[in-house]
Design a protein around this ligand. Structure first.
Ligand SMILES: Nc1ncnc2c1ncn2[C@@H]1O[C@H](COP(=O)(O)OP(=O)(O)OP(=O)(O)O)[C@@H](O)[C@H]1O
Ligand SMILES: [Mg+2]
Length: 286
């Protein structure tokens, strides 16, 4: 599903003394099957943008076209529901939204709410719990008896079980230990590749944006200031500095080495590529 914003403006508490312009006249498209990053300083409008993507917030002005569905200021509940069916959202600390008596019931809740019958919902729930390495022996446990990391996996399984075409992740690794962090990001990568769905990652972790996303959109003060290939924008330290964003560690390191006369043919994307390029450089300069 392709999603396009047309002159989208989002204002909180419109026509009150607390009126606040959060997104200002945004025109942009999220193409099908692409892994996007949305970055920007705190308060730049990232969360507002993604809530507008799935109908949680309606535009104050302008339009959102999600496939053949049009969302505007006064859109009907029916259209909002149709968008939510296709655009899944993993909030920050999704485990806070668990509520059912058992793990299985919790994961089945979304699919059932979307209209799937009991048997199909259960099949989907079991499939995605398994994909997330939640052992079947835990299906009848209370979600509140699980570890923090397991609770988060159950919450994510609940979103995946609805089989969204677009998956939005708002700071999905906040508060996770380093190992769970890597596992979670690897999982989203696999889902993106194997299921071919669009993934939209919102995070302050520039290393993740650099390693996993294909395209990025940069927000600043409610404006969409730049969009383009991740490898172009995140290696541009001057650009990042202008919008108070840290360059990814690997980009910093590569540029530091350049200043010392160690110049690679390209900027590596991750530690493996870095090691390869360094070995190549050493072989050529021995
Ligand atoms: N419910 C709300 N009511 C009023 N203003 C809000 C509300 N939510 C957000 N804002 C304001 O709108 C602007 C954009 O907020 P948003 O949450 O979209 O930013 P963000 O980029 O997600 O920030 P962060 O990186 O801190 O999560 C900010 O100035 C924020 O204070
Ligand atoms: Mg936010």
């Amino acid at each position: 599903m392709r999603i396009t914003f047309k002159n989208l403006t989002s204002i909180y508490h419109q026509n009150t003394p607390f009126e606040h312009l959060a997104l200002n006249d945004i025109n942009t498209t999220f193409e099908e099957g692409v892994y996007y990053g949305i970055i920007g300083h705190t308060g730049s409008g990232k969360s507002t943008m993604i809530q507008t993507l799935n109908g949680l917030l309606l535009p104050s002005r302008g339009e959102v076209h999600a496939g053949d569905i049009l969302l505007r200021r006064k859109s009907k509940q029916k259209d909002i529901h149709r968008v939510k069916k296709h655009v899944g959202m993993v909030f920050q600390f999704p485990e806070h939204q668990l509520f059912e008596e058992t793990v299985l019931k919790d994961v089945m809740f979304g699919p059932k709410n979307m209209g799937m019958d009991e048997t199909v919902a259960q099949e989907k729930a079991e499939y995605y719990l398994d994909l997330l390495n939640i052992d079947a022996s835990l299906f009848q446990s209370s979600p509140f008896d699980l570890s923090g990391g397991q609770m988060r996996k159950v919450a994510i399984a609940g979103i995946l079980a609805m089989e969204p075409e677009v998956l939005i992740l708002d700071e999905p690794t906040a508060g996770l230990d380093p190992k769970s962090h890597i596992e979670t990001m690897a999982l989203f990568k696999r889902i993106h590749q194997e299921m071919g769905i669009t993934v939209i990652l919102v995070t302050h972790d520039m290393n993740d944006v650099y390693e996993y996303t294909e395209y990025v959109k940069i927000l600043s003060g409610g404006h969409l200031v730049r969009e383009g290939r991740t490898t172009d924008l995140l290696t541009d330290e001057k650009l990042l500095e202008r919008f108070a964003l840290e360059p990814p560690d690997i980009v910093k390191l590569t540029h530091d080495l350049e200043n010392k006369g160690i110049i690679f043919d390209s900027v590596p994307r991750n530690v493996e590529q870095f090691t390869e390029l360094y070995e190549e450089w050493r072989a050529g300069n021995a």
